[in-house]
Write a protein that binds this ligand. Structure first.
Ligand SMILES: [Zn+2]
Length: 123
């Protein structure tokens, strides 16, 4: 023990630009509780999303993102499946449709947010 009294929080460094973005969103959403508590909730919710996805589709895993595409590994198909964001709609290139297990998986993934910049000019 370091002799300090615990307040129930662990400190984790966050890059300034990310912290500023978090504070801005905290303000936009008019969150009534502290940024610390809100960030803890956000992190926990993301972990819970991963837990949910492991139960919902244990044979699918996230592999990466490139520009407007998400890459998912589907063990049942034994291949990588591409989900692309186009005109504000997700589309599965393997199933050739916008409503399938891969789309459902992608919609829950926190990494989906990485694609948002490719839909902004279409809103
Ligand atoms: Zn699909």
């Amino acid at each position: 023990m370091d002799g300090k009294k615990s307040d129930g929080y662990k400190r984790i460094p966050i890059k300034i630009e990310i912290y500023n973005k978090i504070k801005e969103e905290h303000k936009i959403r008019n969150i009534e509780y502290s940024v610390s508590r809100w960030v803890s909730d956000l992190l926990l919710m993301n972990i819970e999303k991963y837990e949910y996805l492991r139960l919902y589709a244990p044979y699918i895993s996230y592999k990466g993102v490139h520009e407007n595409e998400l890459f998912l590994r589907d063990e049942k198909l034994d291949r990588i499946v591409e989900v692309v964001l186009k005109d504000r709609t997700l589309f599965c290139r393997y199933c050739n449709k916008d409503d399938c297990i891969h789309i459902h998986y992608a919609l829950v993934l926190p990494e989906l947010g990485r694609l948002v910049k490719y839909s902004k000019n279409k809103i």
